[in-house]
Design a protein around this ligand. Sequence first.
Ligand code: 1CP
Length: 359
Amino acid sequence: MENKKEGLTVPPVTKPLLKALSGQKTIETPLWLMRQAGRYLPEYRETRAKAGNFLSLCYTPGLATEVTLQPINRYQMDAAILFSDILVIPDALGQNVSFREGEGPCLPPLEGPQSLDTLNPDRVRSHLDPVFRTVSNLASQLPQDTTLIGFCGAPWTVATYMIEGKSSKDFSRTKAWAYSKPKDFARLITLLEDASVDYLCGQIEAGAEVLQIFDSWAGVLPEKEFYRWALEPVQRIVSAVKDRHPHIPIIGFPRGAGLLYERFVRESGCHAVSLDTTVPLEWAARTLQPHMTVQGNLDPVALLAGGEYLDQAIDAILHSLGHGPFVFNLGHGILPATPPENVSRLVERVRSFAPGRVS
Ligand code: 1CP
């Protein structure tokens, strides 16, 4: 049987994650975890040490492929997420990103409108070629039912790192720029939209089957600014990617958006939405899930803590959202101190749930 969509013939969807993202209810709940490859895994720490620094790991296709596959080999997740980082875009634009052990990212901060002229969008595709090679390695090596996810950061979140020069607590430099010089700030956002579309399309052309757009700091913006700097740039990226690749599902993650999740679901153009840990389950089931597939939203600290609390938190999510369309995930990335055996416990519990079987 074949699906006919927009005049094109596309193969039938059989992978569990793709089924859920196309709005179908699935017998088993598809499962993957944000930051499923990372420091909580001893095999990751070993490969990371071989690479020297974090960006070399991202830009060495053999090693990036290896770490992407580690959680698939250990836990048989339904999806592999490309191993890279949202900050490869500023690096490709020429901003010279580094990662210091235990300190996070470090960039020479943008110092106002004139510093935008130092960024070079023409370098994006060629600079990120090693990442595309990782994607095509993965596409040929993944098990048949495993879906390959590509990603980028949303312009707002990426801009915060470019302007603050590091992780931030109050985002004061970025917000002050957006509020007091919106025209200049819009130039940066447009540049990031274009670079993100190039980057995402390159990933699709190399074999990515699903995309996720991470807007990790969307939740720090007031309502009006959320629409302008978080929602609208994502709308434009989604629309441009859909024009070129209409059959690739896109998951949006406006972390911390609170009540604004509702408008994001109605207007972003995404096919699915990832919920952060604070989103109430029954509200999501009533307000968001009728409109699109939802993904989420276990507290990463519940996974770290383990035990009975973990079991109960998993069950609460499955009971509220598991009747689909639904993808099990965390509300944010796995924490480095998470015991790997807690992840096994989570996978087993989610796998043993079948909607209809549990009341
Ligand atoms: O020491 C190490 O090994 C580096 C830790 C690490 C890892 C494993 C960083 C540094 N990035 C990554 C990989 C990564 N980053 C992935 C890989 C795929 C997977 O999920 O398995 C993804 C999707 C990201 C995305 C990313 N990077 C986001 C969005 C998601 C989120 O967590 O909010 C953000 C904000 C970043 C920036 C970043 N990268 C790394 C750090 C320490 C940070 C800063 C985080 C912060 O400001 O709190």
